[in-house]
Design a protein around this ligand. Structure first.
Ligand code: ADP
Ligand code: MG
Length: 319
């Protein structure tokens, strides 16, 4: 199988077919029709074998996750997903692996109406980059910089599940299916993100841990936050882990949660309530913003929580 056959077999018709793609896979560039007045929201993420996933991980889940992380970025901007490109570096051609990977990617792409419009395929150590493109039809998207003192801080879903799953897998322990799913097949909160556009004052997706990601909102908005850790939304497994160990780093600093963290004026609570009934993921108030800078996390016993590792940083310690 040559490179052309590989692209034809596994990627030429992956994802949704969209009428706004006059030229997709097969030419030097894809051509995309952007509606008049809309803004293009663009984001790229790379996943490297041995860094972001284990080399023997389920290729179907990997195909899902490498797109899900990009869709989570679009969600956090309130953008509507439209197109994706995929740069794939493979050590060898493995048909079973490619079939599963492309199925995982394509299923999630179809769910969100995303067309795979191009990419690049090369030989080398396994690495996957996905660029996602979405549309913001009015305004400038839901940015990190709009939060105000007095706003409430919300988090969707639960935090720390992916971290607990990885910890158990690395220890060779049994991992419940739902917990493994939280790590390997995250659900990007796309519809929620779009619904919060015009309602929330600032938003980010939690990919590096709540402490680091809420920290980005605080810096961009020049505000401070108080978060009471007893209010964090935790699954019963993560809650049990935290109460057994006293270690809050899974929900605060591990990451890979792909939930949304957003801020909201208290005056808009009723509007949020009306909207929340349409979504099956819980939305929880975890804190409040005030004048100042920095994040203050208070443990249930009243003591402050200090992060040893506030979010994953690939280059921490360099130079
Ligand atoms: P070029 O040499 O002009 O960059 P390529 O041979 O790399 O073209 O790719 C041929 C076509 O296949 C292009 O349209 C490209 O976007 C697409 N393509 C290559 N790899 C992938 C992939 N992994 N997924 C989707 N489309 C791909
Ligand atoms: Mg190329």
């Amino acid at each position: 199988m040559n490179e052309f056959d590989l692209i034809q077999s596994y990627f030429a018709s992956a994802g949704a077919h969209r009428s706004d793609v006059p030229v997709g896979v097969g030419d030097d560039c894809a051509l995309l029709q952007i509606p008049a007045g809309a803004k293009l929201a663009v984001s790229i993420d790379t996943m490297v074998s041995g860094v972001h996933f284990l080399p023997d991980c389920d290729p179907e889940a990997l195909g899902h996750k490498c797109l899900a992380v990009g869709l989570s970025d679009l969600a956090a901007m309130g953008a509507e997903p439209a197109w994706a490109t995929l740069a794939l570096t493979l050590p060898r051609v493995d048909s079973a692996w490619l079939r599963a990977f492309s199925a995982g990617f394509s299923t999630l792409a179809l769910e969100h109406g995303v067309a795979l419009v191009g990419g690049d395929t090369t030989r080398g150590p396994l690495s996957i980059s996905v660029q996602v493109h979405g549309l913001v039809s009015t305004g400038y998207g839901l940015r990190r910089s709009g939060a105000r003192p007095g706003d409430l801080v919300f988090v969707s879903g639960t935090l720390g599940d992916a971290g607990l799953a990885l910890q158990r897998m690395q220890a060779g322990d049994r991992v419940a299916d739902w917990l493994r799913t939280r790590l390997e097949r995250p659900t990007p909160r796309v519809a929620l993100g779009a619904a919060l556009y015009g309602l929330a004052t600032a938003m980010i997706d939690v990919s590096d841990g709540l402490a680091a990601d809420l920290g980005h909102i605080l810096r961009a908005s020049a505000v401070a936050a108080d978060v009471h850790l007893r209010d964090l939304p935790l699954s019963s497994e993560v809650a049990a882990y935290v109460s057994a160990t006293g270690d809050w780093s899974l929900p605060l600093a591990f990451g890979d949660d792909y939930e949304l963290c957003f801020t909201l004026s208290p005056q808009r609570i009723a509007d949020l309530r009306a909207l929340a009934s349409h979504f099956d993921c819980p939305l929880r108030v975890v804190g409040r913003l005030r004048y100042g800078s920095g994040l203050r996390c208070v443990m249930p016993d009243g003591a402050p929580w200090h992060s040893e590792q506030a979010g994953f940083d690939h280059f921490a310690g360099d130079e």
